[in-house]
Design a protein around this ligand. Structure first.
Ligand code: NFE
Length: 503
């Protein structure tokens, strides 16, 4: 039986997944990005300083990651020396965006795969938000509409969390999480100018100075976010993990892990990072080399040459190409598929053991769940790694804000060279993000982005080998082939963003 799961909801953009099921097992899966955008084409010929502004429009969820990657690439191309404040403000802006994004993903995009929204009908209290939610769910259910109004219903049939109190608590947090996300976004906008699409991020810094009152406001918003993460997000995540332990075994991708590392601890982008970069394969971590990355297009709707290195990237759309089933390219590292994202970030760091907080948190939570760390490659593993990232980043941001020095420059002087090139690599919330810029005659001659969801949701490569999400789906069991809630839980654990993936 072949089923189109698309358009998959509770993710950004247009993703279809075609599954083939035999005897309740997914025996084949195809990830299909269903639109073309072309940022790399229309950036050509523009002023290089447009890049960190324009590439942010790739996405409304992770715009700052694009601005930061673009900034790092330009810093290398301009041979800039970044002032300490510049890097710190970049970190403050980008880190707050990660916190917002993890809460958005857990509560709004995934929790309702596990939490039973109908438990609200049992609610006896007088919290006005929950009373409103109870009335809404009751009305929708009684109306017997085929398609009740989103976001809480309709839903796939399956086993949901049974504990009424936990369900109602998580629904309350679902609503509160939106207020907290607002605070994290306000924090990043203090220095970023606005969210989404920062007006102030600039190569090597930020046009907003770190003033004493702004630093204090930033810290107070991050502290509120941190408390929510610690007291509500992490306990809810653990409650889901406790109720669905089988998901430590479900959704394992079948390749290595790639992380570029996140949040430089010194002024230059290649300074040591809070989360270390690396390629993890069979328990060994090796340094990342950008020239080992290529993008295959045999099964993507492009007629440009396949297997090109990033600096030679090319994009010729070909919507009718035979065999092709996606607008997403297939990036590969030394010809191999890798997973990127929270599990990659945490596992790559954990295996290097530099960040003791990451090590302690991984060991603590793995001990609580009774799992070995290789089980972080799973549906629950990806959720837990987001939670660990959130805890570590929130603590770091509170200290990092203290390191900003009022009255000192937050932006370098720069001159655009007539020729130059640069790579900029960071971790967006969804994983490894790489930008490449080449400048000729002071204009952009080439711009390439290799984006997290492009890795995770890639189609087959030139050798016919599947992408990370495809590999995680194949072999999984589904109780009801027409519903496939298990497949949707796997898909959501990767948090795909299709706007980014096709860029
Ligand atoms: Ni559009 Fe993005 C992806 C993240 S790109 S959300 O994929 O996180 O950086």
């Amino acid at each position: 039986m072949k089923i189109d799961l698309g358009p998959v909801t509770r993710l950004e953009g247009h993703l279809n997944i075609k599954t083939t099921i035999e005897d309740n097992v997914i025996v084949d899966a195809k990830c299909m990005g269903e639109m073309f955008r072309g940022f790399e084409v229309f950036l050509q010929g523009r002023d290089p300083l447009d890049a960190q502004q324009i590439t942010q429009r790739i996405c409304g969820v992770c715009p700052y990651a694009h601005a930061i990657a673009s900034s790092y690439a330009q810093e290398q191309a301009y041979n800039l020396t970044t002032p300490a404040n510049g890097r710190i403000l970049h970190n403050l802006i980008q880190g707050a965006n990660h916190l917002y994004d993890y809460l958005l993903h857990f509560y709004q995009l995934s929790a309702l795969d596990f939490i039973d929204v109908t438990a609200i009908l049992q609610y006896q209290g007088n919290d006005s938000d929950l009373v409103k939610l109870r009335t809404w769910v009751k009305t929708e259910l009684e109306s017997k509409k085929t398609y009740p109004a989103a976001p809480f219903l309709p839903r796939l049939s399956g086993n949901y969390l049974e504990d009424t109190e936990l369900n109602i608590g998580a629904l309350k947090h679902y609503l509160e999480a939106m207020e907290i996300q607002k605070k994290a976004n306000q924090a990043s906008a203090i220095f970023g100018g606005k969210f989404p699409h920062s007006t102030s991020i600039f190569p090597g810094g930020c046009t907003q100075q770190p003033e004493v009152d702004l630093i204090a406001s930033y810290q107070s918003l991050i502290e509120e976010t941190r408390i929510f993460i610690q007291q509500k997000y992490i306990p809810d995540l653990l409650a889901v993990a406790q109720a669905f332990p089988e998901y430590w075994e479900v959704g394992k991708s079948k390749g290595g892990f790639l992380s570029y590392g996140l949040l430089p601890l010194g002024p230059q982008p290649d300074s040591r990072r809070l989360f270390a970069p690396g390629l993890l394969q069979e328990g060994n971590v090796s340094p990342v080399k950008f020239d080992r990355i290529t993008e295959d297009v045999r099964y993507a709707k492009y007629s440009s040459r396949s297997g090109l290195q990033v600096r030679n990237g090319n994009l010729k759309p070909d919507p009718k190409k035979s065999e092709a089933y996606s607008w997403i390219k297939a990036p590969r590292y030394e010809g191999k598929m890798v997973e990127v994202g929270p599990a990659a970030r945490i596992l790559v760091e954990y295996h290097q053991g530099r960040n003791t907080q990451v090590k302690q948190l991984v060991d603590h939570f793995a001990g609580l769940a009774g799992i070995s760390t290789d089980k972080l490659n799973s549906v629950l593993g990806r959720h837990l790694c987001r939670g660990i990232s959130a805890l570590v980043i929130a603590d770091f941001l509170l200290e990092e804000a203290d390191r900003a020095t009022p009255g000192k420059p937050a932006i370098p002087d720069l001159a655009i060279p007539s020729e130059g090139e640069g790579f900029g690599a960071t971790e967006a919330s969804r994983g490894a993000l790489l930008h490449y810029i080449r400048i000729k005659d002071k204009k952009i001659a080439k711009y390439e982005c290799v984006v997290p969801t492009t890795w995770n949701c890639s189609p087959r490569d030139d050798r016919g080998k599947v992408g990370a999400l495809e590999s995680a789906l194949i072999g999984s069991r589904v109780e009801d082939p027409k519903q496939q809630i298990e497949a949707v839980r796997i898909i959501h654990s990767f948090d795909p963003c299709l706007a980014c993936a096709v860029h």
